[in-house]
Design a protein around this ligand. Structure first.
Ligand code: CS2
Ligand code: MG
Length: 409
């Protein structure tokens, strides 16, 4: 089964997506997500100019060998662009292999380890009443776990807060990447955030009761001691996890946070290889691995990372915002269903235009996701529909502190 064609399809229905489509000499096709929010064209070039030409003529069955070839033959290693490109090839090859076997991908990964995949959605609100409405809206949709993000007094534009109230039937509409020639500047004040958030969680936990799993994303903005303080102050509200509490390039920083709080920690959505996790996992400094299959070299590396994490009782919490395409989402679900150390799956729901471009077979019912049983990963891409939505330059925002200093967004 030889790779005959490698096409890079860029489309921008509700937002930009990059998809790799491989076709074999016996007519099988496979899809891989290569979307890197705000740097999509870098991955397009990496695939078109340096990867696709090398794939033609290769045996599509040799997934591990192709992964190792793409990782080691480039000489330069790691990084989000490289690993997103490798991920797209990897997932497309797994899609093809599962189709050739006539099975959904999860069957090739060990079969189902559970009946359904617990999902969490994104509730948000500029104030507590709006936030409680949004939580109610997500519970009506069936979510059994909910992320809580809120505005911060004195801060104009805050990450994760939908532009308008979530009312029934209204999709969560927070798309961080702003279409335009340069990144939007947002403001931030960590002390104001730390003064405000515990009170919000006290009201939310009081309103929803003790059972509902609540999550929160710190989005890389605190110092380790600030993260420790917040983790400790949120303990009475029994969070499912506090995510990206502090930038983790220095993995040892989490030692300080861990010393002060039992609030579970989730990290890794901006990581792209197992080496980014080595200390975090070995020293059990985190409880959940947050990477997306799309940004971590695909199924092949993601499964290795999660198997490594399983030895330390660390679970999966795969990244699933709308900038992970339905192809990347489907790949995650097959892994979620098969691995033993599954934790939770992030699931923001894509918009209507995206769902016209990508026909998906995964389902979301009663708070649980399932990849479906179509051979492969279960996603088809309508190339004609995709062609209606050309790429539009879009960047993620960046932050400045009130004194003008650039800060993590
Ligand atoms: C967020 C993401 O979903 C999350 O946990 O951190 O929405 C993140 O902001 C985006 O993926 C950035 O493109
Ligand atoms: Mg996050």
């Amino acid at each position: 089964m030889i790779i005959e064609k490698a096409e890079v399809i860029v489309t921008s229905p509700d937002r930009n997506f990059v998809t790799l489509k491989l076709t074999t000499d016996d007519g099988l096709t496979g899809l891989g997500d290569a979307t890197l929010n705000g740097r999509e064209l870098a991955v397009v070039s990496y695939l078109k100019d340096h990867v696709a030409p090398l794939l033609i003529g290769k045996d599509a069955h040799r997934i591990e060998d192709t992964w190792q070839f793409l990782y080691r033959s480039a000489y330069w290693r790691r990084g989000p662009v490289t690993m997103a490109a490798i991920a797209a090839v990897d997932v497309a090859l797994w899609d093809i292999k599962a189709k050739a076997a006539g099975m959904p991908l999860y069957q090739l990964l060990g079969g189902a380890s559970r009946n359904g995949i617990l999902a969490y959605g994104h509730a948000s609100g500029r104030d507590v009443p709006e936030l409680l409405d949004s939580i109610a809206h997500h519970r009506e949709q069936g979510y059994r776990a909910i992320r809580v993000q809120t505005a911060v007094p004195g801060v104009k534009a805050v990450y994760g807060v939908a532009a308008q109230p979530q009312t029934s039937g209204k999709r969560y509409d927070y798309e961080p990447a702003g279409r335009g020639a340069s990144p939007m500047e947002e403001d931030w004040d960590t002390r104001a955030y730390l003064r405000h958030l515990p009170g919000v969680f006290e009201e939310v936990r009081g309103a929803v009761g003790p059972e509902l799993p609540l999550l929160h994303d710190g989005h890389h903005r605190m110092t380790p001691i600030q993260a420790a303080k917040l983790g400790k102050e949120l303990e009475p509200y029994d969070l499912f996890w506090l995510e990206d509490c502090t930038p983790a390039e220095n993995q040892e920083a989490l030692r300080l946070v861990r010393q002060h709080t039992t609030t579970p920690l989730a990290i890794g959505e901006i990581f792209n290889t197992v080496w980014d996790y080595q200390t975090l996992i070995r020293e059990q400094l985190i409880d959940y691995v947050r990477s997306a299959v799309t940004h971590t070299g695909g199924i092949t590396q993601m499964k290795k990372i999660l198997d490594f994490a399983a030895q330390y009782q660390i679970k999966s919490g795969i990244h699933g915002p709308t900038d992970i395409s339905p192809v990347g989402m489907a790949a995650a679900l097959h892994l979620d269903l098969a691995i033993h150390n599954f934790g939770i799956q992030e699931y923001m729901q894509h918009g209507e235009l995206t769902n016209r471009v990508f026909q998906q077979s995964f389902t979301f019912e009663d708070g649980l996701l399932h990849p479906g049983d179509k051979p492969g990963i279960g996603v088809d891409l309508d190339v004609d529909e995709a062609g209606k939505y050309p790429y539009q330059t879009a960047y993620l925002p960046y932050n400045r502190l009130l004194d003008g200093t650039v800060h993590d967004w």
